[in-house]
Design a protein. Structure first.
Length: 149
């Protein structure tokens, strides 16, 4: 399976798990407002999922959607491919997996989410371990809503 197909599969499955958890009113703090103001959370979950599959480099990017309203958006770049599961908060498709996303490329001031962590070489093992620690409970909760084989 190609990297693009793998990324698409992971993104689609994670998005579906989040939607099922929301419909079931799972007790995840940010879930009630999903996808609005959830891009950082979903990006961090994506980083954890992709890391577990050995996909690298993985990093988070941020760009300005609306400067006047100070609206920003965070997404993942994995192996040079844009992966985003919350762009529908900005009237975009719910899942974007693309080598060239015109919408993301058109955002203002696009750069690393955390300049010292989200390097071109990807997040370090230490950074990913930290995310897994912070999101461990959410990851466990979402597994309950994952597709059953």
């Amino acid at each position: 399976m190609s990297t693009l197909n793998t990324l698409s599969d992971v993104a689609t499955r994670l998005r579906a798990s989040i939607e099922r958890a929301r419909a079931a009113e799972a007790e995840i703090e940010w879930l009630a407002r999903f996808p609005k103001k959830c891009c950082n959370f979903t990006s961090n979950l994506l980083v954890c999922e992709l890391h577990d599959l050995g996909i690298a480099p993985v990093r988070r990017l941020i760009g300005v959607v609306d400067e006047e309203k100070d609206i920003r958006h965070v997404w993942v770049e994995a192996d040079g491919i844009t992966v985003d599961i919350s762009a529908d908060a900005h009237e975009q498709p719910a899942v974007i997996v693309s080598a060239e996303s015109d919408w993301h490329a058109g955002l203002e001031d696009v750069g690393p989410f955390l300049p010292r962590a989200d390097l071109d070489t990807g997040l370090s093992e230490e950074q990913i371990d930290r995310l897994k620690s912070l999101y461990g409970e959410t990851i466990t909760q979402l597994r309950e809503f994952a597709d059953q084989p």
